[in-house]
Design a protein around this ligand. Structure first.
Ligand SMILES: NC(=O)C1=CN([C@@H]2O[C@H](COP(=O)(O)OP(=O)(O)OC[C@H]3O[C@@H](n4cnc5c(N)ncnc54)[C@H](O)[C@@H]3O)[C@@H](O)[C@H]2O)[C@H](O)CC1
Ligand code: K
Length: 504
């Protein structure tokens, strides 16, 4: 599993490309830090990082593009060469057409005796590559020799250090524009790029490092974040220790509504997850066909047979939070229960088929948490899954604007989007082992449990997403492949009591 350094080393502020360009300009115009100085600092940070990360690397190959990302690359090459490393710079595009600060950096490399070679293919031998093709200036899909170089880079085995962004990855959406570098390590400058944490960012970023390049803190003052990166290390602080005299009634009562005939497993997973995330009481309202055996080996779960909507009334009265959707189905039984629950003033967590029923008859809810995966999100917006994935932040924002409440858009880099002007959050914990049946049901139970224990709506969604993801990371220590939803549930307890730290 790819690692990113401990959260306290990575900032939580995430920015889009045009914001970072604004920060650059402010640093240059207001605080007198020249563009070439920023480039020198970026190159120096990258150079120091590569010497620490790959101390035995002797042969270094820099792939340079035509812009300032390439400019950073020339600085790295100059410093490496001065330190005696066998260094080559392979230029994409024409070196004599490089302009601005990048041209100054290129000249400095040449003045120090460096040679720029046209890219004609990768060298037979190198210990390490530096990807200085594109950063925030990528504006269109990568084609031609640039695409060939990236494809060749991805086909070889030497590690790749990407400057600012893996080339080919969109700085804002994390989408791959044609082809993108699969970096071993990415070092991002001045502002941590949103695209490293949404879309396909997790697939291409490798281990993420960051440097503000000593830009004065005031530069960031006026810039509203594009998003905030959240993880369990940060969100776990929201969980307060339990009172010594607590009793189960104090720790929240979650009512899970789901489990249509033949679909009881999802409701069961949500209920168990709610218990393991600390809810004091959990009741599963399920179809009469399941009620008798659902709680055979989990006596802590109370199970109620529900045939008609009015059968829910007493259960709702006792509950602090209602989670509806796991295994609800879209048949008459589920539909009638959904119509009864959707109008409640209770805090609601709405998932799975309840989301599909909401999509069929849209309406906003004041205090609900919607937890769509990209397909359910597409149905809610009447669009396509690919469109949601092409700009996940925009998709979450649209669902929140249309349906209210807090939206949890699941997937790599789960997004939590509350009402404007709240800054959306992107979870950087989690791993592909969690792409397994029932993981979403577990998340529903976790969020409901935290809401039932008193966290506010958006706080419960953020902490729930991060607890769930960190539990997935803890479970993945035994391997991502073969990780199943009950492994995530098993990891919840140690994490929610702060008894385990997940290395990233
Ligand atoms: N002072 C600063 O702004 C600092 C910037 N840093 C680094 O600079 C890049 C941003 O540089 P910029 O020149 O804006 O763009 P890029 O170097 O990322 O690349 C744009 C370059 O490539 C051409 N181009 C764009 N798309 C394509 C494509 N699909 N195919 C071919 N060519 C393409 C475009 O025409 C430009 O020529 C930033 O990421 C940092 O790495 C410093 O780090 C800090 C100071
Ligand atoms: K790059």
């Amino acid at each position: 599993m790819r690692r990113i350094p401990d959260s306290d080393r990575l900032p939580h502020a995430l920015y889009r490309a045009e914001q970072v360009r604004r920060l650059d300009r402010l640093a240059i115009e207001r605080f007198g830090v020249s563009g070439i100085e920023l480039m020198e600092r970026a190159g120096a940070v990258a150079y120091r990082l590569l010497r620490v990360r790959w101390p035995n690397a002797r042969r270094l190959t820099v792939l340079a593009g035509m812009g300032n990302n390439g400019g950073d690359g020339y600085v790295v090459a100059r410093l490496a060469r001065a330190a005696g490393l066998d260094t080559r710079v392979l230029q994409l595009g024409k070196a004599d057409q490089v302009r601005g600060e990048a041209a100054l950096s290129l000249a400095a490399y040449r003045d120090a005796g460096g040679v720029i070679e046209d890219y004609l293919g990768l060298p037979r031998k190198t210990d390490l590559y530096v990807d200085a093709l594109f950063g925030t200036g990528l504006v269109r899909p990568v084609t031609g020799p640039w695409a060939e170089a990236i494809t060749a880079l991805n086909a070889q085995r030497a590690p790749v250090l990407a400057l600012d962004l893996p080339s080919g990855l969109h700085a804002d959406t994390g989408c791959v524009l044609g082809v993108a570098v699969r970096a071993s390590v990415t070092v991002s400058f001045i502002g941590l790029k949103l695209g490293l944490f949404v879309g396909a960012g997790a697939e291409y970023r490798g281990e993420v490092h960051f440097s503000a390049l000593e830009v004065p803190a005031q530069v960031y003052a006026g810039e509203i974040l594009a998003a905030v990166r959240i993880d369990w290390a940060r969100e776990s602080r929201l969980l307060t220790p339990r009172s010594r005299i607590a009793h189960k009634g104090d720790c929240g009562h979650v009512l899970v509504v789901g489990g249509a005939p033949g679909m009881s497993g999802a409701a069961r997973l949500a209920g168990e997850a709610a218990l393991r995330a600390g809810a004091g009481l959990v009741t599963i309202a399920t179809h009469p066909r399941h009620a008798d055996w659902l709680n055979l080996d989990r006596p802590e779960l109370m199970v109620a047979a529900v045939e008609r909507p009015e059968d829910l009334d007493t259960l709702i009265e006792r509950a602090d939070v209602v989670a509806i959707g796991p295994g609800l189905g879209r048949g008459d039984w589920g539909r009638r229960l959904w119509e009864r629950v959707r109008g409640l003033s209770h805090p609601l967590v709405v998932d799975a088929d309840a989301l599909n029923l909401l999509a069929e008859s849209p309406g906003a809810g004041p205090d609900w948490i919607l937890t769509p995966h990209p397909g359910e999100a597409a149905r809610l917006l009447g669009s396509a899954t690919a469109e949601i994935q092409s700009d996940r932040l925009a998709g979450a924002r649209q669902i929140q604007a249309r349906f209210g409440g807090v939206v949890v858009l699941k997937g790599a880099g789960t997004i939590v989007h509350g009402p404007a002007p709240r800054v959306p959050a992107v979870c950087s914990d989690g791993n592909p082992g969690m792409a397994t049946a029932g993981a979403g049901d577990v998340l529903t139970g976790v969020i409901a449990a935290l809401r039932a224990q008193g966290l506010e709506t958006e706080a419960a969604a953020r902490a729930g997403v991060c607890l769930h993801a960190a539990a997935g990371d803890l479970a993945a220590r035994a391997g991502e492949r073969g990780l199943i939803a009950t492994d995530i549930i098993a990891a919840l307890r140690t994490l929610s009591n702060g008894l385990a730290k997940v290395d990233r």
